[in-house]
Design a protein around this ligand. Structure first.
Ligand SMILES: NC(=O)c1ccc[n+]([C@@H]2O[C@H](COP(=O)([O-])OP(=O)(O)OC[C@H]3O[C@@H](n4cnc5c(N)ncnc54)[C@H](OP(=O)(O)O)[C@@H]3O)[C@@H](O)[C@H]2O)c1
Length: 225
């Protein structure tokens, strides 16, 4: 089933994987709402089917406001992709900056919880919808010197599996995506040694969209090159 004429929210859709999904889904004729902090002002792009909204996923009030704005404008939400995320350069626990770890957990975990909550409030009324949580292969196994990031992603994975059971009775799908390394600005502060072997963001975006277009999408999608 082609994804067309859908109302799709992508958090963190200005760069990296989010931007790649936005381009592909907009080209297929969907209405996309992109959420990120660095957007200067809320406006449609010149393509008219992409609405850029300045917001911070760590603030529930921002997300609640956006959800109600989308409903006023489009009446429903078909797909909500919780993609916004941050990462910290590898470090042993004793040298981790706890303020930054808090910020990362706020973004990766609470950003996903807030997005899912406000998407679900509407999707339960519609009795339809898909939530896609972009997690990471870092939620599949522990990794030394990456304990904070792994903790945030393991938590999102547990949240996603629970939400899936909660939403199933309403005809709502909750999909978890676990990509391996992708070459994006996530690593602007410090590139891992294997960075140049990582996947291209457009390859990962295609895998995610391809899965959504299947008659029975995979609930736990692991993406590796
Ligand atoms: N790159 C990888 O190797 C990899 C592998 C597996 C999973 N992932 C996951 O994939 C997702 C996307 O990562 P990426 O690699 O594409 O990263 P990226 O290139 O750094 O893009 C991150 C996006 O998230 C937005 N963002 C960050 N914090 C936000 C906040 N508080 N509120 C709203 N938007 C926020 C950024 O925009 P602003 O800064 O303007 O807000 C940007 O649009 C993340 O969840 C990441 O953990 C990445």
């Amino acid at each position: 089933m082609k994804i067309k004429n859908k109302v799709i929210v992508i958090t963190g859709g200005t760069r990296g994987l989010g931007a790649a999904m936005k381009s592909d889904l907009a080209a297929k004729g969907n209405k996309i709402i992109v959420i990120a902090r660095s957007i200067n002002r809320t406006c449609f792009t010149n393509k008219e089917n992409v609405l850029n909204v300045k917001a911070d996923v760590t603030r529930e009030a921002d997300i609640k406001k956006i959800a109600s704005r989308i409903l006023k404008k489009f009446n429903h939400i078909d797909i909500w992709i919780n993609n916004a995320g941050i990462w910290l350069p590898h470090a042993p626990i004793e040298s981790m900056n706890m303020e930054r770890v808090h910020q990362m957990i706020e973004t990766n975990l609470f950003g996903t919880i807030y997005g899912s909550k406000h998407a679900l409030i509407q999707m339960k009324k519609q009795k339809s919808g898909i939530i896609v949580n972009i997690i990471s292969s870092s939620a599949l196994a522990g990794s030394p010197r990456s304990s904070g990031y792994c903790a945030s992603k393991f938590a999102v994975s547990g949240f996603t599996k629970s939400l899936r059971l909660e939403a199933a009775d309403y005809g709502i799908k909750v999909i978890a995506v676990y990509p391996r390394g992708i070459r994006t600005s996530l690593f602007d502060e410090e590139r891992p040694a294997s960075y140049y072997k990582f996947m291209d963001s457009s390859y990962v975006a295609q895998k995610i969209i391809c899965n959504l277009e299947k008659s029975k999408p995979c609930n736990d999608l692991i993406i590796k090159s």
